[in-house]
Design a protein around this ligand. Sequence first.
Ligand code: ASP
Length: 344
Amino acid sequence: MPSPLRVIYTGGTLGMESGPQGLAPGRDFEARLRRALETLPPARRASLPDFVFEATPEPIDSSAATPADWQALGRRLAECHDQAGGLVVLHGTDTLAWTASSLAYQLQGIARPVVVSGAMQPLEAPGSDALGNVEAALRFAARAELQEVAIAFAGKLLRGVRSRKWHTRDAEAFISPNYPLLGELVEGEPVFYPGRGLDEQQRGAPRFELADYRALGDAPVVRLTLWPGIQARQVAAWLEAPGVKGALLEVWGGGNVPSDPALLEVLAEASGRGQLLVAISQCPFGAIEIGSYAAGQGLVDAGVLSGDDMTPEAALTKLVHLLAQPLDEAQRRERFRSPLVGER
Ligand code: ASP
């Protein structure tokens, strides 16, 4: 008998009900979910894996999530890892890709499926995507060949740390811009595409890295998107704010920035203070290669690391994760450059 899955419900639209101020996390989600699963056709219902359900103490709208929530969830999943056949996290879609990315770093080397899902519509809404997404998440999470953090959404399975929310309304709300799908439901059954899951070296025995994100303070990392006309003093205001230890810079195209010496000086000073600065492109698809244009050379000189083809979610959560580790600067830079969980 395979061990039952563990489902952890954290909030989000899928469990929401209408209240006086609009949709808000509803009550008794387990009972509502089990009732909804009973409505599936008998053959599908019978083939669903068993699961043990739990909810976080205060289910939330995921727009309120912080690194402290990622940390609490990472620890809970690590605790459940040995007893559960697979792990499912039900989460709001707004910051689902951030949580999935953070979990991938915290649960490095996981030997179980961790499938994160949510829905664009509440469970009881007519035509809701919620039941289908939960069913898909359960089916994928029961498959031992999946050994990483993935997102099941609209019948597709995406690598968590490669995913982004890409639509405000469509049921197909998530994309994985720079990595192919890990799998799909075909005629209701999970299909995995060969060679796309994390390879053997990255699996291995569990070697979770459950760092203490709370100890970093409340503003360890900033995210700064360049715009034409951006001023050095504006960048300085972000980087010189108290408590900032790292920054994600979203630069142009293949890795370019304005050739403003004052702006490059601000970046170089931040690097000199020991802040970890990394750059990715504002373009959602493709990688950067800083230094291939003269307009990007200043980033190299300022000690900014290339984030290659990482998503903002993957790059920022990796910064938080590395900054919370007891590593020296050279080790942090080295680990940022290395793919830890297939994020780049
Ligand atoms: N605001 C909701 C949340 O992220 C949106 C959703 O779940 O779709 O919790």
